[in-house]
Design a protein around this ligand. Sequence first.
Ligand code: KG4
Ligand code: ZN
Length: 362
Amino acid sequence: MRTKDKSVNKKRVTRDERQETINILGIETSCDETAAAVVTNGSIIKSSVVASQDKLHAKYGGVVPEIASRAHLENICTIITEALEKAKVNRQTIDAVAVANQPGLTVALIVGVTAAKTLAFAWEKPLLAIDHLHAHLQSASLSEKTVQLPAVALIVSGGHTCLFDYKSPLQPKLLGTTIDDAAGEAFDKVATILHLPYPGGPRIEKIAKKGNPKAVDFPRSMLGPNSLDFSFSGLKTAVLYHCRGQDMKGENKVESMTGKQIADIAASFQAAVIDVLVEKTRRAAAKIGAKTVLLGGGVAANNRLRETLRQMCDSSQPPKKLLVAPKEYCTDNAVMVASLAYHKYKAGLFADLTLEPKANSI
Ligand code: KG4
Ligand code: ZN
């Protein structure tokens, strides 16, 4: 069944537009975080509740879709109730229900989508369908009333690595994406090689602080001088070969490595990922003459990435304004969903009860 944004509720919007406050309940279940939030007028955060499933997936070194789905099912009602209670709102004072319905794990998305449709139906409120990637982008501009254009946005997460021409919150245009692994996925896989627990990004960042980023010369795959796409699988393989030998027949040397050696690998790997991310963002910014750079997604929590991107923005001629998502809203959350939904609400872009989850959006 196809799902379309519809403007069938235009009449209701006109009435609501006269209201001073629009409270939107946002729901997020695209991967391994069950989240709900209430945001007023797109930027006033009334509540944000996130149940992380990290511990459930840790022993598998990555997210297991069926386990994620089951955990969402177990948590969703409690999380939504908590978000409503913390925000001190109820069915009367909520104006719309928003949900991330794409992209993500279908078996995970369906839990949030079903909850949102049920509430919208029972409470007789408009339903808003949100693209998870566009929501990550929104978290970078949470504190801004307007983003100075042209603007380029880098979204780096466990499932995606994308560059957008940020034309508006609702219409970012894709400029480049990964042709294989996402940056966060590379962090998670390299962490597994280094015997570090899932999620790998924060662990690698911590260990890398004690390492030398120049210790191992890992490859930076630029895919040609003008490409805005990304590739991280070669880098991941290079780390694997470094630890297991080219023929993969040798013992995994990680067990016998010192803490400093592991820290050097982590720091060198992290530096290689960041060099590529920052160079591609620089290219994209130059291409569209960007005045602003936005950064969001789980990997955006990485301090080294935040600092290196800031240096690039500051040293550009003319310098660019950098908007970075607050750390608590880098990884998956529902504030970004409810915040972006406000723009859809104002534009009258409502979904209907045929809404379905979609694995891909781009
Ligand atoms: O955005 P997110 O919560 O979920 C997806 O939409 O995929 O991103 C999760 C990803 C994981 O791969 C995790 O390892 C990575 O973000 N991550 C980090 C850091 N914190 C989370 N990567 C590098 N450095 C970090 N500090
Ligand atoms: Zn995400």
